[in-house]
Design a protein around this ligand. Structure first.
Ligand SMILES: Cc1cc2nc3c(=O)[nH]c(=O)nc-3n(C[C@H](O)[C@H](O)[C@H](O)COP(=O)(O)OP(=O)(O)OC[C@H]3O[C@@H](n4cnc5c(N)ncnc54)[C@H](O)[C@@H]3O)c2cc1C
Length: 446
């Protein structure tokens, strides 16, 4: 069998097709393998997104003889969350954002159970219970339960004009609603990356958007506005693109049209009432730690604690992706990523360690420090760290391009602790970023 597989691969390489080996080719190779026995060790993954799907694929690559089941509460085929703004804008359809199909699952003998929630874990019995009351046993369990929207007190339920942009279900419902209710105006609460990207997607659909923030400017955790006017520059750019911005205010409620199935207006803490048919809540996320807390796995409210091998306090249970937090050896304290590529990497490493027979061969996951960035209405925005005006602030700008600025905060050792920019990176950006990431004084990396 191995030589047959090798011959197929070699032929493909000889014909120069290696770079474009299609999914169907790999399906064929996998399907030549018999399904694992019903009595084979069962590896169960909760969460079918970046971390969960990466773990499932890696497990299958490493072991052909185990059963693999991926369970997700969402009904949709696994999709790339990062592409939801493009989906909402109408630039991509469901098919284009799908990351794992039923055909791929069946070819790899991976059982995909969608629309099914895991409600509890019995660690002593090595079983999980589903919302169908079914009990499933596991040899090893991987928790990739990710995050969910944090929400705001004035919005206690979603649907019919009130949505988030954190799941495909919400994005689909929002799209259908926009068409059905002929939405002309929308209010987006929250001005982090998701809020900004959502505003852009809605504007691309011809909708007039008002962004709401309780802070004194947009993107308060990304852009500094105390030391300089960098957030003002970004806000002015958004206004030029047609977005209204209300700062220092909160959404206190909303009214419904007489039909009850659409939003009519949104009330603000300033006493204003905005005529809008759509309300989107983009006020951040919290990690789904309840399953692990119920099972007595060490997890604090901000995340499931894992060691450098991505193992939890229970040796049979691993965790990865947005839900996991890990001690940062270089920077100290606990660290959690909210990046798609990190979630995938953690899924792969956890899978490797879950099947690794010798502890000394296990792979270590090194937290990756990054400076998150996005582009909205053609303007690149990036920032990381916590603004601390006691540090030395350096403000640089492009004398020709008014929307190209950066702010860097350095500590007493000259190490960059916080940085942000709007517009294309200035020539000193890469060195500042290197200082921030490596913890090396700026003059040593410049
Ligand atoms: C709008 C938006 C844009 C983004 N853009 C970017 C970007 O440009 N670049 C980037 O790097 N990152 C981006 N991100 C972040 C990125 O999507 C996440 O880092 C990534 O999705 C994390 O993957 P995950 O596997 O850890 O968990 P998630 O994607 O959060 O998935 C967790 C899954 O677990 C399931 N689940 C939870 N609890 C249970 C349970 N009890 N039973 C069954 N299933 C359960 C959920 O249904 C969900 O499908 C974006 C996020 C959003 C919302």
């Amino acid at each position: 069998m191995i030589s047959l597989r090798f011959n197929i691969l070699l032929s493909a390489l000889l014909f120069g097709a290696s770079a474009s080996l299609s999914a169907s080719f790999w399906s064929h190779v996998w399907q030549t393998k018999p399904a694992p026995l019903a009595t084979a060790p069962h590896y169960v993954i909760v969460g079918a997104s970046a971390a969960g799907i990466a773990a499932a694929k890696e497990l299958r690559k490493l072991r052909e003889d185990i059963r693999i089941t991926v369970i997700d509460a969402a009904r949709e085929l696994p999709y790339n969350t990062c592409k939801l703004p493009s989906y909402l804008a109408g630039k991509k359809d469901e098919h284009a954002i799908t990351i794992f199909t039923c055909a791929q699952a069946s070819a790899a003998h991976i059982t995909l159970r969608l629309g099914t929630r895991v409600t509890s874990i019995d660690r002593a019995a090595h079983t999980i219970t589903l919302d169908t009351n079914e009990v499933i046993s596991y040899e090893k369990l991987f928790l990739a339960t990710g995050t969910r929207p944090r929400g705001i007190p004035s919005v206690d339920q979603f649907g019919d004009g009130v949505y988030t942009l954190n799941s495909l279900e919400h994005a689909q419902n929002m799209k259908h609603y926009i068409e059905r209710a002929h939405v002309k105006r929308a209010v987006v609460v929250g001005t982090g990356f998701t809020g900004l990207e959502c505003a852009e997607a809605l504007v691309k659909r011809g909708i007039q958007v008002t962004l709401i923030t309780h802070r004194d400017n947009i993107a308060p955790y990304i852009l500094d506005n105390d030391g300089c006017d960098i957030a003002d520059v970004a806000a002015a750019h958004l206004k030029r693109a047609g977005v209204d911005i209300c700062t220092n205010c909160q959404v206190t409620g909303y009214t419904r049209a007489s039909n009850g199935t659409s939003v009519a207006s949104v009330q603000l803490s300033t006493g204003e009432s905005l005529q809008a048919q759509l309300l989107v809540v983009a006020t951040g996320v919290k990690r789904n730690v309840e399953l692990s807390q119920q099972a007595g796995i060490v997890a604090d409210p901000v995340g499931i604690l894992v060691n450098e091998f991505l193992c939890t306090s229970d040796p049979a249970i691993y965790a990865g992706g947005d839900v996991a937090i890990i001690k940062h050896r270089k920077k100290g304290g606990y660290w959690g990523s909210k990046k798609w590529s990190d979630a995938k990497k953690q899924g792969k490493i956890a899978a490797y360690n879950m099947v690794c027979r010798e502890a000394y061969l296990m792979k270590i996951y090194e937290p990756r420090i990054i400076v998150p960035s996005t582009t909205v209405f053609g303007l690149s925005i990036a920032g990381a760290g916590v603004f601390d005006s006691r540090m030395k602030i350096e403000y640089s700008f492009d004398t020709v391009c008014a929307t190209r600025r950066q702010v860097v905060y350095r500590d007493e050792k000259g190490i960059v602790r916080t940085l942000c920019r709007v517009g294309k990176p200035l020539p000193t950006w890469d060195a500042c970023k290197a200082s921030y990431i490596t913890g090396t004084p700026l003059n040593a990396v410049a």
